[in-house]
Design a protein. Structure first.
Lengths: 361, 314
């Protein structure tokens, strides 16, 4: 039987995953179905009630993939209790009667390259390690480029003159990325599009409002699960800063976490699992950089972030920094979020005007 | 001719309208029930307000707030459409410039706004449950067979309020029935309800917030003397309740409409304009977004609810 591989969705990163597996494995790679309300409906139906929302989203995507004929599933856990989720998801899917091979790249928060090699050999006996490493290198560069462009988009999308010009160009770029013939080709595409992005007309005031978004990684990175909060906020005319992205998680976190702990040592001494410690340090950084506000988002029942919230609150009180917390669940009311966002914008704008008046006098 | 400005606060339970003059003084105000139909309520409200308004006034700005602000804003072509939190803060600041904490309990929601030197510094809103809001109180009043207007007065007569588990509306109700069946006096139960609302509000909305005076209490529930009394008892501070405390949101949005630069005369002849909404499911993708189409004079003017930005033409 021909192998058909699928994996959970998160943001636009499915493009990288698909690119990588397509080049190193002799198997059909399926583009995982887009996340819709149906996904979360199916996911919630088969998940434990009090599990965090990313679990439900990823489970929903995997069920939809299986329904579409996938027979190999890739999943990667994280550093919180999500590390064990993968095993639970496998059990749930098996109990539902699906037949598939399940491969978890990151179990118990550790990724073991040797293990991964064996897994890949199982799927494709002709898998070659040199080729694998080469495309892994390209994929890592692709992630880096995507995240760099994303950072630029976040800073400017609120000020675009023609609506959707940033998003449309981004989609075009991602399409070309997925057709890259090699590293140098990829780099060329990136530099081409970087220029194109800089040419998009924007109307930006000299000192725009600046807001930092921190929080639990999946909810932060998958726009569907946070009700497109990032872009909603940007549309008010705000520069958005976000630290968490795949490049950070894969390549920077290991190095930076020690620096973070040292930087925020008066608030935290140990890692708290997932990105909790990182977010605490970032809160302090955003406060010291005189941002206008912070938005903290997480899925409901996210334990590490719940632990971090009181500390974040304390830092914000000390620095007199406006902060708002959002907790997303499968049944969150969209209107409530919009009202709070609008009020948050009003609040930071009022404060900024007031500060300017004070500094002028 | 004198200029005046209309502010409308369309809440879940009641619709409030306020007309102010150039000095932010309320010239006309009205408080009616929404009855689940914000469009009709607004029509009634505007007709009545216009009848009572003297002929030498011209409405130069319209603002809407409250949960139906977007719909009514579109219907009236309002120049300002703003959320309740900002509107309440602006309204209260116009009367109490030094206010530090605003407690607001309305029909379906409750919020707390913290201010410093006339600037909002923090706010919170109830998230999931309507326990301890006006609609809960009025449904319990009905169950006990009392008029909601007498609720506060009855509560004041009691000296030892009954303890009621008010974490959740459903639990509170069963606890209340239990207390009544056991034989507690009605006034003690009512006082207990008022107290439970205060405690629930402070534990839920006011969690982790530092409450500093002067404190202003507003929203429909602020008309309930019992709740005011227990707020003062628990917070050990004086609570200011404005005579227009139920109109603060409408006043705030009227002020915002006044400060708006776009000034045009509004005629608001709503009887001649047809305004319809049609709800449908999109069915183009598995998202099945609920789309609400808005027709003004049988012409589509807007469609809400699409996540992908699909355009609707018919």
């Amino acid at each position: 039987m021909k192998k058909k591989i699928s994996f959970p969705q998160m943001g636009n990163y499915y493009i990288v995953a698909k690119y990588l597996f397509e080049h190193i494995l002799d198997a059909e790679i399926m583009t995982p179905p887009k996340i819709t309300s149906k996904t979360i409906e199916i996911g919630s139906k088969h998940s434990p009630d009090f599990v965090c929302t990313p679990f439900k989203y990823t489970l929903g995507t995997m069920i939809e993939s299986l329904e579409k004929g996938a027979n190999v599933l890739f999943q990667a856990g994280g550093g919180c209790r999500y590390g064990y989720y993968s095993e639970l998801q496998e059990e749930i899917l098996k109990e539902l009667g699906y037949e598939f091979t399940y491969i978890n790249f990151v179990s118990e928060g550790e990724n073991d390259l040797k293990k991964i090699y064996h897994y890949l050999k199982q799927i494709d006996p002709h898998f070659k390690i040199r080729k694998g490493l080469y495309y892994l290198f390209i994929a890592s560069k692709m992630v880096k480029y995507m995240d760099k462009i994303d950072d630029y988009i976040r800073l400017n999308i609120g000020f675009e003159i023609k609506k959707n010009s940033f998003q449309n160009l981004n989609q075009k770029m991602l399409k070309e990325f997925s057709k890259a013939r090699g590293y140098f080709h990829l780099r060329r595409i990136y530099h081409q599009y970087k220029k194109k992005f800089r040419k998009i007309e924007i109307q930006k005031p000299k000192h725009p409002l600046k807001v930092g978004i921190i929080g639990e990684l999946y909810t932060v990175m998958e726009p569907f699960s946070n009700y497109y909060l990032e872009i909603e906020m940007a549309r008010y005319g705000i520069e958005i800063k976000r630290y968490t992205n795949v490049h950070y998680l894969l390549f920077e976190k290991g190095k930076k976490i020690k620096k973070y702990l040292k930087y925020a040592r008066e608030y935290i001494h140990y890692k708290m699992g997932s990105d909790a410690a990182d977010n605490i340090a970032r809160t302090k950084y955003l406060c010291e950089q005189k941002y206008d506000g912070i938005i903290h988002i997480k899925s409901s029942f996210c334990t590490p972030e719940i632990g971090a919230m009181p500390i974040i609150n304390k830092i914000c009180k000390e620095y007199d920094m406006p902060i708002i917390f959002f907790s997303f669940d499968s049944s969150t009311s969209e209107v409530g979020i919009k009202t709070r966002c609008e009020a948050f914008y009003d609040m930071i704008e009022m404060r900024k005007k007031h500060e300017r008046l004070l500094s002028r006098n | 001719m004198k200029d005046c400005y209309l502010g409308i606060d369309i809440g879940s339970i009641s619709t409030k309208g306020v007309i102010i003059d150039d000095h932010q003084k309320i010239i006309k105000s009205l408080y009616i029930w929404t009855e689940g139909n914000p469009k009709e309520a607004t029509k009634r409200l505007i007709t009545k307000l216009k009848e009572s308004l003297e002929a030498n006034y011209v409405i130069k700005g319209v603002g809407t707030t409250g949960s139906a602000r977007k719909l009514i804003g579109l219907m009236l072509d309002a120049c300002v459409v703003k959320n309740e939190i900002t509107a309440h803060a602006i309204g209260t600041l116009s009367r109490y410039p030094s206010v530090r904490t605003i407690l607001e309990i309305g029909g379906q929601d409750s919020k707390m706004i913290l201010l410093n030197r006339g600037i909002i510094t923090d706010y919170s809103m109830n998230t999931l449950c309507a326990a301890g809001t006006g609609s809960f109180l009025s449904s319990q009043a009905k169950r006990l067979g009392i008029d909601i207007q007498d609720f506060g007065k009855l509560a004041l007569q009691s000296n030892n309020p009954v303890k009621i588990a008010a974490r959740c509306t459903v639990f509170a109700e069963s606890d209340l029935i239990h207390k009544a069946q056991v034989g507690y006096q009605k006034k003690d139960i009512i006082a207990g309800l008022c107290k439970s609302i205060v405690l629930n509000y402070l534990n839920n909305v006011g969690k982790g917030k530092k409450i500093v005076g002067p404190i202003v209490f507003q929203g429909g529930v602020s008309k309930n003397e019992g709740v005011v009394k227990y707020f003062e008892e628990v917070l050990k501070q004086k609570i200011i309740v404005d005579p227009d405390s139920h109109l603060m949101g409408a006043l705030g949005i009227a002020i915002l409409a006044k400060n708006n630069k776009r000034k045009q005369a509004y005629h608001l002849d709503l009887q001649e304009v047809s305004f319809d909404t049609v709800g449908m499911e999109c069915n183009q993708c598995p998202n099945n977004c609920e789309i609400l189409k808005i027709y003004k004079n049988k012409k589509l003017i807007d469609a809400w609810g699409s996540r992908c930005g699909r355009e609707f033409t018919k």
